[in-house]
Design a protein around this ligand. Sequence first.
Ligand SMILES: Cc1cc2nc3c(=O)[nH]c(=O)nc-3n(C[C@H](O)[C@H](O)[C@H](O)COP(=O)(O)O)c2cc1C
Length: 196
Amino acid sequence: MNTLECIKTRHSTRKFKADQVSRELIDQVLDAGRRAPSGGNTQLTHFMVITNQNVLNELVTLVQEEYGKMPITENTLPYMVNIIKMSAEGKFVFNYGAPVLIVLASKPSYANNFADVSCAMQNMMLACNELDLGSCWVNQIRHLQDNERIQAKMRELGLGEDEKVYASLAIGYPDLPNGLNRREIEPKGYKVTYVD
Ligand SMILES: Cc1cc2nc3c(=O)[nH]c(=O)nc-3n(C[C@H](O)[C@H](O)[C@H](O)COP(=O)(O)O)c2cc1C
């Protein structure tokens, strides 16, 4: 697959097999993330690779418990209403049961934190597509980055005192009828302005 094909056919996977991904494949994905550009070549992104199922289950439960407590008001976005309700019922599995979660952290004091993390995320999602793995950006650990319980858990797992979580990527083998969710869909949004 060439690069443009890889970009065009990448799509999010939201159903995973429980099968663990080999360390060799995980390291290839990680390597793609670590080769992403960073502002001033600072390379401040911290990649936390979680494959321990007990830890992943704990994170799923923590996310459920914390979302489940959130009040639903008239300003709550519809997708969040759904997540809060599912969490309260213990049914929201934010990582879709994927056996690998790569959590990306950086320093809040560093102005390009989220930009650098996003570059690494895209590189890793493309690497997954190339390597026949499914992936999905999952935002919940970032959304709860200031939540005491989530923060304490992440610190226990190695998050630095001067770091916060900015993104996470669920990775695994897709559990889909056609195998991979690899397909080409023409994007319909986005505004493009040519100035010739
Ligand atoms: C910043 C960001 C946050 C996202 N958060 C989530 C998420 O929490 N859960 C999820 O299922 N997908 C999440 N996604 C995936 C998007 O929903 C997905 O990329 C988009 O719908 C386009 O679909 P595609 O990836 O299949 O092309 C996120 C994507 C981005 C870029």
